[in-house]
Design a protein around this ligand. Sequence first.
Ligand code: SF4
Ligand code: SF4
Length: 314
Amino acid sequence: MTFDKFWRKSLKHVAFIAMSAAVAHIFISYFVSLPKLWEMMHESPLKNISAFLWVFTLTGIMYFNFAWFREQMCMIICPYGRLQSVMTDLDTIIIGYDEKRGEPRGKKADANAGDCVDCSRCFTVCPTGIDIRNGLQLDCIGCAACVDACDEIMVKLGRSPGLIRYDSMRGLSGEKREFWRPRLGLYAFLAILGLAAAFFFGVRSHQVFEANLMRLGGTPYFLEDDGRVQNLFEIHVVNKKDVPHVYEIKPSLDDGLEYVIAIPTPTLKGGQGMRVPIFVYSPSDVTVKTINLDVSQDDTEEVRHVTAPFLRPH
Ligand code: SF4
Ligand code: SF4
């Protein structure tokens, strides 16, 4: 370890950490929005402890990946490569070595040798450390680094590039590649079916507004002087349209409970959400165990029914 090597390595790891932190922040911004993330970055980590811990953990995972794990991610963890190799056939375009042209390997001056001069460039540049001349391997991530490396050598030797190239296994062995084959249609059909199912499910499950009932934290119930039991809830209503709407929150049943809804008919702007506190009182002779509320929007018949347990002393 010389001083020169030390500062270069240190700088590399500082760059890895900076990139990891940037990726972790961008990932978190999917969930909290960019302006909110910017705001959080200017506050104490203790104020947003869960977001801070997420960023901290993700930065650690990314740094581990950049600094050490690297290609093992593709080879051991990522399922995409495995899926691709299952789908590959003799006509699939892959990165391959033209054995007929390259073998037998030998020096440039050797008239009986093929085009491969055994310079080792192709496996030196390979990020997963494989020798593509041994044929298609599961570890190949299709980065094409070996293609570029070998082409450089071929150009220097005055030979035509493409000893390692994009081609099918059939093409590499000198046969004609078939484009139209049954599995192409089957994969297209399955992909369209999957997308259509996802689209159908998305349309079916789309809600014009959302309503979620939550119990407020703290004491589960309060005992009033007159013997009634009080529970405190909050209903979160979200307008998922881009125009304002009026909502109505009301009890679903005449169950003997008394509901005090802070804002029974809130008006929400497009995309706006509102948390409405709800106080529920149970007279001492009522033993109802669940509260039931209906939320409706002014222009639709849809009614969101929400429930929550009502807690009382045993
Ligand atoms: S880079 Fe090309 S010439 Fe060099 S060893 Fe690999 S295949 Fe052979
Ligand atoms: S395409 Fe990339 S991963 Fe595959 S053999 Fe070539 S250099 Fe290695």
